[in-house]
Write a protein that binds this ligand. Structure first.
Ligand code: AP5
Ligand code: MG
Length: 225
């Protein structure tokens, strides 16, 4: 199963990618997570991109494509993957197509999670992420039992540097200018499904699984067609 998750910042791509990864047994490959890990570890790449992430601008296409290509060559991605946050522009999508064609594979489906702008601001301003296992919480919508502490691993919950209201607005502008054209790109390729991102994460997951049409089991422990 090779799937792309599209959608504006805060739409729930990461939340859904984790759920689908668990259901389908293929890894979530999230460009934002890979870049933030590089920033946290202060690698040469991390130092190069830290300011770009903090501003909410896009990292250069070649840099991100190289990062994703290395990740997709990992043995755990051989059976499939869920791309979360990549591609983010038409040039990235074209480079991805070339990369997959060289490997004799293709994307099965691009799922676009759609939510209104007002909901995005609400979701992002409440988001807290575990530094250790990356589990996400929302202090307004889905708070952890103990404030600031991850329920799964006890790790510290933090707020992303790019989640201030001003930066979120800029990320939305960047999405509309650079990423939204991908809806047309994948629609033309005949593999786009638009998914209503409102409701609980489980409601949204059911719509995703429906759109994946037999590529994943309908329930945990079930089998795909
Ligand atoms: P990235 O990390 O990809 O951020 P993003 O696209 O802005 O998206 P988010 O991670 O903010 O939101 P999400 O859709 O994953 O929502 P989530 O599930 O967390 O990118 C960050 C930066 O890295 C970019 O700005 C850029 O600088 C760089 N970058 C990354 N990829 C790049 C690329 N390909 N090219 C160039 N640069 C790149 O949910 C949000 C909140 O809502 C959470 O609190 C969650 O708990 C809650 N929530 C989720 N679903 C629901 C629901 N159904 N109901 C209620 N609450 C919900
Ligand atoms: Mg995310």
């Amino acid at each position: 199963m090779r799937v792309i998750l599209l959608g504006p910042p805060g739409a729930g791509k990461g939340t859904q990618a984790r759920m689908l990864s668990d259901l389908a047994g293929v890894p979530q490959v999230a460009s934002g997570d890979l870049l933030r890990a590089a920033v946290q570890k202060k690698t040469p790449l991390g130092r190069e991109v830290a300011d770009i992430l903090a501003r909410g601008d896009l990292v250069g296409d070649e840099t991100v494509v190289k990062l994703i290509e290395d990740r997709l060559d990992g043995p755990d991605a051989a059976r499939g993957f869920i791309l979360d946050g990549f591609p983010r522009s038409v040039p990235q999508a074209e480079l991805l197509d070339g990369m997959l064609t060289r490997r004799g594979i293709r994307i099965d489906r691009a799922l676009a999670v759609m939510v209104p702008d007002g909901e995005i601001v609400k979701r992002i301003s409440g988001r807290r992420t575990c530094r250790n296992c990356q589990t996400m919480y929302n202090v307004a919508l889905e708070p952890p039992r103990q404030p600031g502490v991850c329920e799964k691993c006890g790790g510290e919950l933090y707020q992303r540097e790019d989640d201030s209201e001003q930066t979120v607005q800029h990320r939305l502008d960047v999405y509309n200018a650079s990423t939204k054209p991908l809806l047309e790109y994948y629609s033309r390729a005949g593999i786009l499904s638009r998914i209503d991102g409102m409701g609980t994460p489980t409601d949204v997951e059911k719509r995703m699984v429906g759109a994946l049409d037999g590529l994943v089991p309908k329930e945990r422990g079930g089998s795909a067609r």
